[in-house]
Design a protein. Structure first.
Length: 163
């Protein structure tokens, strides 16, 4: 197995174990993370996001497959099963991840998933009717970023994302 593929495996094993510190150890200090829920996060914001999400997780199950990597890039597919805290609804989110590496660590991590499929599961009727619209996508992103900023302030972490 390529060392960067092993790094991706270590990242998802830590995630499955709700080990945010183990996840953060896989990231370069200059990491850039992007996904539909949070938008773009940088450096300490990324680790804080994982600390917040793993700390809140009650029934999260993470499984990663199709891990591939070379010296520069990598990819994986991962599924997250959990109960969405704001609605109590069960979610199976299917996510494709792409990675770039520097100095033996992940320097760019991009997660993509079908936002409409996620919204239908997590938000129920509102997600079914509005999940495809930029209005709901922006509302979800704003809520996620406000929650992360609050978590970072309460945890004494620097550089919360703009709300």
């Amino acid at each position: 197995m390529h060392p960067n593929a092993a790094l991706i495996r270590r990242f998802y094993d830590a995630f499955a174990g709700l080990d945010a510190e183990g996840m953060k150890a896989c990231y370069h200090p200059d990491v850039v993370f992007t996904d539909p829920a949070f938008g773009e996060l940088r450096g300490p914001q990324v680790g804080a996001m994982w600390t917040m999400l793993t700390g809140r997780a009650k029934d999260l199950e993470v499984s990663a497959t199709d891990i591939e990597a070379d010296d520069r890039r990598g990819r994986a597919h991962w599924d997250a099963r959990y109960t969405f805290g704001q609605t109590g609804r069960k979610v199976l989110n299917r996510i494709d991840a792409e990675f770039e590496f520097r100095d033996g660590l992940i320097v760019r991590h991009t997660d993509t998933f079908n936002f409409y499929a996620w919204a239908r599961q997590a938000l129920g009727p509102a997600g079914l009717m509005l999940g495809w619209t930029p209005v709901l996508q922006n509302k979800v992103r704003d809520t996620a970023r406000r929650g992360l900023a609050k978590h970072m302030r309460e945890s004494g972490l620097a550089e919360p994302p703009p709300e």
